[in-house]
Design a protein around this ligand. Structure first.
Ligand code: ACM
Ligand code: ZN
Length: 591
């Protein structure tokens, strides 16, 4: 490890010169695992593209390239035992994720269809990539998703889905543990039947080939976001739950992942799973921990839980490490997933936050993850990767002994220039728009500090600063979860009245609303402002309607009344656009 690190410093002049001036440069890297994940399923990227990224990533000090090889978007690795996977499950009818997946199309194509969109890597191509990366100090880590996120396989092999109990009871007899084989109609979810021997056989056969192509010590087994909807109604799953003595379908996931981890371990490899493996939504308990790793993606707190179970952890919490999130002001950026992760946010990740010195020994490292639902082209992928991957690498190399932010920022901007000269398409960090201007400092106004009485409560999931939020002078950032935006959900959910304490002349009332349809946040369908001098008689001064627009991006709209009036009380009412849909607002500004 040390040898490779020194080699990388010496080989790559620009960063090496900088790095050797740091006090930490001659020491071991802070973390053994400095990873980058690229999702090549939602959109397929060429081997040449991956090689070009290896060149950059290795120069930055990244030493793992994790490929998310399979998911609903397409199966990307040639499997000799199942040639149909790349003949049919690697191709779909539409490139645009919003039309194909979110629009509900979700249809696959054959390789021979001239309109087929997708692709795959042959085993020979992957072996060459492994060698190319290894020569540059990078291990390619393959991920085979299970038991969720597997629509592309289940479309091809519906027998790997669950078997509805009713189907089985209708057939006369002879039904065994493997009845998934004959069921005519299977529930249309993205989950394998976790209790089916046939599924286990299929995945073990795939993993055999994966482990043959990829020498990586770690093999990633996915394990995230299984919907489990069909499991509780499945004949085979019910039988398995009886055997396990549980009524919790979550235990089926634990049982299944335990078996798959054990298989990988039996071949002398270690498994990595996403953090649901230790604690999913149904609270299951998972056991096959020792020597394996959890990739923490939801919240930092899962690291502690995983370590307590005996796992090592790789830190890639979405709020710091998801490179599909916006990296700058969303209104001026190409469509991205709803979150907001700037270069600076990543740079200040502490992978050991909340962990005792003993627990910290189990942190293998950090990783940036580029999911590609909204990243259709290779040049867009580079835009999302750089320079943010540079910050991930710095956290991995230096831990909490990083150089000061200003120094790093300068270096990152030089790196962007260098990458551009080489024909890459990094984000222009030097000209970043930056934070939402309104949110940088408080803005005093007539209603600042006014008491707010809620006839409809804000939702406890997004309280921001509680009852003070809407009149504290502080405006929200680009992000709804920043503690400044207050969330309301479903129906006539907006109804509060502010009391300014005395009748005052007013000329303007405004409120900003956020829209982020990928997070189910919409402008209110209707908003109404009423004013009163005595708190009894209210007069309507504004009524506004917003059409429901599913843009996918993050946007903001100001609801504004202007005029000349007097008021002590202002009542705001509004309706959400539909069941489960949110309204977010940050302040009622009165002038
Ligand atoms: C994940 O983002 N579902 C790992
Ligand atoms: Zn099942």
């Amino acid at each position: 490890m040390l040898k490779k690190f020194v080699l990388f410093l010496l080989t790559f002049s620009c960063l090496a010169v900088k790095a050797t001036t740091d006090t930490t440069a001659k020491e071991e890297p802070a973390y053994e695992w400095r990873g980058c994940m690229i999702d090549v399923s939602r959109h397929f990227f060429s081997i040449e593209f991956l090689q070009r990224q290896v060149d950059v990533l290795s120069r930055m000090g990244i030493n793992r390239l994790h490929l998310h090889l399979v998911d609903a978007g397409g199966w990307r690795m040639e499997i000799k035992a199942y040639p149909e996977l790349t003949r049919r499950a690697a191709w779909r009818t539409e490139s645009d994720w919003r039309k194909w997946w979110e629009g509900g199309m979700r249809t696959y194509s054959e390789e021979t269809d001239p309109k087929a969109y997708g692709g795959y890597y042959t085993q020979e191509q992957l072996r060459n990539l492994v060698r190319y990366a290894s020569d540059r100090g990078i291990t390619i880590v393959p991920e085979i998703e299970m038991p969720g996120h597997s629509e592309e396989v289940l479309e091809l092999y519906p027998d790997l889905r669950c078997t509805p109990v009713v189907e089985v009871l209708e057939q006369e007899n002879g039904h065994t543990y493997d009845d998934c084989l004959q069921a005519p109609e299977r529930p249309n979810t993205g989950d394998y039947c976790p209790s089916s021997k046939q599924v286990e056989h299929f995945l073990k056969t795939v993993l055999d080939e994966v482990m043959d192509v990829f020498p990586s010590e770690y093999i990633h087994l996915g394990g995230d976001e299984a919907g489990k909807a069909a499991w509780s109604k499945c004949y085979t799953c019910q039988k398995r739950m009886e055997q396990l003595g549980t009524e919790n379908v979550g235990e089926l996931q634990a049982d299944f992942m335990n078996r798959m981890i054990a298989y990988v371990n039996s071949k002398g490899r270690r498994a990595i799973c996403w953090d649901e493996v230790i604690m999913d939504d149904t609270g299951n308990s998972q056991t096959a921990a020792k020597g394996n790793a959890v990739m923490v993606w939801r919240e930092l707190k899962y690291a502690k839980k995983a370590i307590a179970k005996g796992y090592d952890v790789i830190m890639s919490p979405c709020s710091y490490c998801y490179l599909d999130y916006y990296q700058d002001a969303p209104p001026y950026q190409p469509l991205a997933a709803g979150g907001y992760v700037t270069l600076k946010k990543i740079y200040f990740l502490d992978p050991t936050e909340g962990l005792t010195p003993q627990e910290q020994k189990h942190v293998l490292g950090v990783q940036g993850n580029l999911w590609t639902e909204y990243v259709e082209t290779e040049s867009h992928a580079e835009y999302m990767l750089y320079p943010r991957m540079f910050a991930v690498a710095q956290v991995g190399l230096y831990g909490n002994n990083r150089k000061p932010w200003a120094k790093f920022l300068k270096q990152a901007c030089s790196e962007v220039k260098r990458l551009k000269k080489k024909g890459y398409n990094p984000f222009d960090q030097a000209n970043a728009f930056g934070e939402r201007k309104e949110s940088i400092e408080p803005h005093p106004h007539l209603a600042m500090g006014a008491k707010v009485t809620y006839a409809q409560p804000y939702n406890p999931k997004y309280p921001a600063a509680g009852v003070a939020t809407l009149t504290d002078g502080w405006r929200g950032s680009w992000q709804h979860g920043d503690g400044r935006w207050q969330g309301f959900v479903t129906g006539n959910c907006l109804d509060f009245t502010i009391d300014m304490g005395a009748v005052r002349p007013i000329t303007q009332i405004s409120m900003d609303f956020m829209q982020n349809s990928s997070a189910w946040i919409y402008l209110p369908q209707t908003v109404c402002f009423q004013i009163s001098t005595d708190g009894k008689e209210f007069r309507k001064i504004l009524e506004e309607e917003n059409p429901r627009e599913v843009t996918g991006g993050v946007d903001f709209k100001k609801t504004l009344w202007q005029g000349s009036d007097k008021a002590r009380f202002i009542r705001v009412t509004g309706t959400s656009t539909g069941e489960g849909e949110w309204i977010f607002t940050d302040e009622i500004v009165v002038e």
